[in-house]
Ligand binder design. Structure first.
Ligand code: HEC
Length: 159
């Protein structure tokens, strides 16, 4: 493609907004948010970053973004391993996916399949597949009662 088409595509993708959160003040969502932190989900799904000074476009500099990822690789245990090393990731490591917009997956994509190979049929299954470095977080969720799990899901669905 020409430089001008490339520039337009880059401009478009860089400036695409993420969907606004929904139900942020709902008591169940707020409870779920606190459980998300109690289970140390934010250890990898980091809620907030500020973009650098040297962003590709001045409008994108020094912006607070809330991607819920650390963009890093983590050993997620043998259950999620595919045994295929790719660049810096060994066959048991995955990059923390961003959770922004995740509550709109069904509305936008018409399905609720999660994880790198879509094996999780819903958000709770995705959480229960967490192992390795994330085993302690998964165990906290396993210890939650039904009401706490529903609150955690309500929070995830508000993202
Ligand atoms: C040690 C880091 C780590 C911790 C702690 C962690 N996660 Fe994750 N999470 C990941 C990684 C890496 C993946 C991707 C795994 C894969 O694709 O197989 C993931 C995937 C997910 C997904 C699926 C996202 C998608 O787009 O497919 C959800 C939902 C999720 N995590 C929620 C949580 C919740 C809730 C907690 C806390 C109970 C949590 N995570 C704790 C690293 C972590």
């Amino acid at each position: 493609v020409s430089d001008s088409i490339m520039d337009s595509v880059l401009f478009y993708t860089r400036n695409l907004a993420v969907p606004a959160r929904r139900n942020v003040d709902d008591p169940q969502v707020l409870k779920g948010k606190s459980l998300f932190h109690q289970a140390n989900c934010q250890g990898c799904h980091v809620p907030s970053f500020t973009t650098g000074n040297d962003a590709a476009e001045p409008e994108l500099a020094n912006q607070t973004v809330r991607p819920y990822t650390d963009l890093l690789l983590h050993d997620m245990g043998p259950g999620l391993a595919d045994g295929r090393p790719e660049f810096l990731a060994n066959g048991q490591e995955w990059r923390t996916p961003p959770l922004w917009g995740i509550g709109l997956t069904e509305a936008v994509n018409g399905h609720t399949q999660f994880l790198h190979d879509g094996r999780a049929r819903n958000l709770m299954e995705a959480i229960l597949w967490h192992d390795g470095e994330a085993a302690a977080s998964r165990d906290k969720v396993l210890a939650f009662d039904a009401e706490q799990r529903a609150a955690l899901l309500a929070f995830l669905n508000s993202l």
